[in-house]
Design a protein around this ligand. Structure first.
Ligand code: 5GP
Length: 189
């Protein structure tokens, strides 16, 4: 049986990475789609091949030309893309796949693969999001300001998603996400 495709989006600092990685550990048999990006790795956080494949703009443009991306987008001034072959191979082998991608990418995947299940992770409030983003300290002030500005736009798209999970309490949000995945897996049987 073909695997299920899950799309997870949410503004920077909302905790989507933590929710996805904790949920994946508990769920098992789930593959995280490692995107390609032209953004530079963050010291101490990023790991080539694990968080992203870090490629040059030239390589990225070549991959677009070749049709290697299921979707790609310019997010916060950098290019990000999902490798079509990796996602297809996993789904074909019956493995569920999670794409952690922005709202533009989510829209593109949904139009190509309407069976994909989309989940938007929302902060409890704009103030909480600002606080979390400033606290994680992985971006400089300019990058933080850009992410906060983009967050407002991104949150406007939440209603287009199949599910919305509010990350007020991390454990509760992880459980809600797991419940969504299990429900879809059950329905697909
Ligand atoms: P970051 O650089 O902070 O890890 O990610 C920035 C944004 O890019 C996040 O919203 C993340 O979900 C999005 N993103 C990561 N990979 C992809 C991808 O392959 N495609 C698209 N469209 N967005 C992505």
């Amino acid at each position: 049986m073909r695997g299920n495709l899950f799309i997870v989006s949410g503004p920077a600092g909302v905790g989507k990475g933590t929710i996805v990685s904790c949920a994946m550990k508990r769920l098992g048999n789930m593959q995280f789609s490692v995107s390609c990006t032209t953004r530079k790795p963050r010291a101490g956080i990023d790991c080539e091949g694990k968080t992203y494949h870090f490629i040059t703009e030239e390589e990225f443009l070549r991959d677009i030309e070749t049709g290697n991306f299921l979707e790609y987008a310019n997010v916060h001034g950098h290019l990000y893309g999902t490798r079509r072959d990796i996602v297809e191979k996993a789904l074909k082998s019956g493995t569920d796949v999670i794409l952690e991608i922005d709202v533009q990418g989510a829209g593109n995947v949904k139009s190509k693969m309407p069976d994909a299940v989309s989940v938007f992770i929302k902060p409890p409030s704009a103030d909480v999001l600002r606080e979390r983003l400033l606290k994680r300290g992985s971006e400089n002030a300019e990058e933080q300001a850009l992410r906060l500005k983009n967050a407002e736009e991104e949150i406007k798209h939440a209603a287009e998603y199949d599910y919305i999970v509010v990350n007020d309490d991390l454990e509760k949000a992880i459980c809600e996400f797991i419940n969504i995945v299990n429900k879809i897996k059950e329905e697909a049987k």
